[in-house]
Design a binder for this molecule. Sequence first.
Ligand code: TMP
Length: 252
Amino acid sequence: MTLPPATGPLLYEGKAKRVYATDQVDVVAVEYKDDATAFNALKKAQLLGKGALNCRISALLFEHLERLGVPTHYLGLHGDHWMMVRPVRVVPVEVVVRNVAAGSLCRQMPITAGTPLDPPLLDLYYKDDALGDPLLSEVRLERLQLVTSAQMEAIRDLAYRVNDALRQLFAEVGLELVDFKIELGFTGAGALVVADEISPDTCRLWNRAVSDAQERILDKDRFRQDLGGVVEAYGEVLKRVQGVCPEPRVYG
Ligand code: TMP
């Protein structure tokens, strides 16, 4: 067990992470919690080890993106469930890219789960728990004036680049990237970067070698659907990804 980094005040607490100030103005510390929530926190549990697994998986994926020229907020790991990141002004839009139909898409549209989506579908949601993260239309997005249209174009472009990079990486280790959610933010210098986390909490990942619709699930759907084996599934994702990625760097 590594000691937490020297942190300042708690800046923000979300459902799965806490963000703390550090003694450097351009660095914040993110603690990954073992808390699991679903359906806007209607369903909750503590899953021992989930925080550390998601922290390490996110570190590996952020570093992979960085190697491919996709900018992220990530700076380095610190201990087993902490990472240091650049502080960003998070754009309150959740960007979802879907390669295969699943989840809310199949609840809201007459489309069978498992149908390939080519080209991938990009959905935007307004990040607001009180409103239940509603799906945005182009005109609603414009009306909210959260970003300029040029910034929105840059966000879409980055989301597709993340999809291309991660889809290929996961395919190499026998996993299908069904869909995922990312959040983006602007650094103090005004650069647009991928922020938040990228983990089995925020991606749907199916084991390509398994055809059973429940058994193949290696992501938070195991928790959402009460399938059990959540931490074991996340551990399998980590094992596979770390088999093809360099050891993540330690901050400092
Ligand atoms: P959805 O099918 O529920 O719309 O989810 C699409 C993807 O986004 C899926 O990989 C899970 C992820 N996601 C989050 O990371 N956070 C959320 O709050 C929701 C609803 C989905």
